[in-house]
Design a protein around this ligand. Structure first.
Ligand code: PLP
Length: 371
């Protein structure tokens, strides 16, 4: 055995992909409604991203953070404009580590409140922030993390004290089952944080880069977090993470407090810059596709195997009363790539660039399977 048994891998080997169609080593095609777990937001092998990546590869692949990196400045500007300051990492978990560290350094306080059912990654602080016992199982946990009940403002209120540095949340819990935060809950959370001088960290690792129909999910909730993180779709498949904070917090991540060898590497920055340009062009036309997506999904509510359908934008959860893992593997046999999440939920994260025809056809196939 050459690899650790920490993943369950389906018996299929993909060798190429274009937009929402993947090809296996027997030349069989599959329809992708997963975006490779929320990564290929602008479509697999997106031509603009491919060109940016290959052009960059022909010049220079790696420049340490000891030298100027104008590409990082470009991507930071595209992500956060003049409002936010950016730190680049290599993954979502790492971006969240940086967010937690910054919140503690900037406030001089230590407690991070996150939520039941949340997922923030597998490194130590990101794992500690994750509000799922199964993720902590068998491991000693870091101090300074508390968990409120998602969508329950009273449970959050009960944990507030003078040591709380930040409240950290996903606005749509992804791994936890595609559960949206209720707008009234978010409004009350924002007020509570403001009244108590507590920072808000929004984990946009899965919800960002157009996934909910806006560049970032917080735009649907009409507030600006103090800190937010991005990864997954940011460079459309090239490993990258980003932590952004309101400019006034920037001095707290002072020289020597944090760093990464590869963070903001030229390859990932070239891919991220191209991805964000493609995304800007896509966002205005996304609403019509999202409307069709949810019109079709509403038909699933009548199926006997479906308990509920929930989500936002191009991020949907279909909670089932039949075992979801079997559904995922059966659909793979039928050449449709989907995901599971949380409590027996089928999770759909189609590329934002999928054609309407392919999207509706794949949904019809899933509906037929579930009927
Ligand atoms: C909301 C959220 N945060 C953080 C992470 C961790 O990201 P990564 O796997 O890139 O470390 C994930 C991954 O699924 C995620 O969905």
């Amino acid at each position: 055995m050459s690899l650790f048994p920490n993943y369950h891998r389906a018996p299929v080997t993909f060798i190429s992909a274009k937009n929402a169609t993947w090809v296996d080593d027997h030349n069989q095609t599959y329809s992708d409604l997963s975006s490779g777990i929320g990564v290929y937001n602008v479509g697999a092998n997106n031509p603009e991203v491919l060109t940016a990546l290959t052009d960059q590869a022909a010049n220079i692949w790696h420049v340490p953070n000891l030298y100027q990196n104008p590409l990082q400045e470009t991507v930071a500007q595209k992500l956060g404009g003049d409002t936010y300051t950016t730190y680049f990492a290599n993954s979502g978990a790492e971006a969240n580590e940086a967010a937690i560290k910054l919140a503690r350094l900037a406030t001089g306080k230590s407690t991070i409140i996150s939520f039941s059912n949340s997922f923030h990654g597998r490194t130590y602080a990101a794992m500690a922030a994750t509000g799922q016992d199964s993720i902590h199982a068998g491991l000693p946990m870091l101090a300074g993390f508390k968990y409120a009940t998602f969508n329950d403002i009273n449970s959050l209120q009960a944990l507030i004290n003078d040591d709380v540095a930040a409240i950290m949340l996903e606005l749509i819990q992804g791994e936890g089952g595609v559960i949206p935060a209720e707008p009234e809950f978010v409004a009350a959370l924002v007020k509570l944080a403001h009244d108590n001088n507590i920072l808000i960290i929004v984990d946009e690792v899965q919800t960002g880069i157009g996934r909910t129909g806006k560049k970032f999910a917080f735009e649907n909730y009409d507030f600006e977090p103090d800190i937010f993180t991005s990864a997954k779709g940011l460079a459309n498949g090239v490993p990258v993470g980003a932590m952004l904070a309101k400019n006034k917090l920037a001095p707290a991540l002072a020289y020597g407090t944090h760093g990464s060898t590869f963070g903001g590497n030229p390859l990932s920055m070239a891919a991220a810059s191209a991805t964000l340009t493609v995304l800007e062009g896509l966002l205005p036309e996304l609403e019509a596709k999202i409307t069709l997506f949810w019109q079709k999904l509403s038909e699933f509510n009548t199926l006997a195997s479906v308990t509920s359908v929930h989500g936002l934008g191009m991020m949907a959860g279909i909670t089932l009363n039949i075992p979801v893992n079997r559904v995922v593997s059966d659909l793979l046999s039928e050449h449709i790539i989907v995901l599971s999440a949380g409590n027996n939920t089928l999770r759909l994260l189609p590329p934002l660039t999928i054609s309407t025809e392919q999207l509706l056809k794949s949904l019809d196939q899933i509906k037929y399977y579930l009927s």
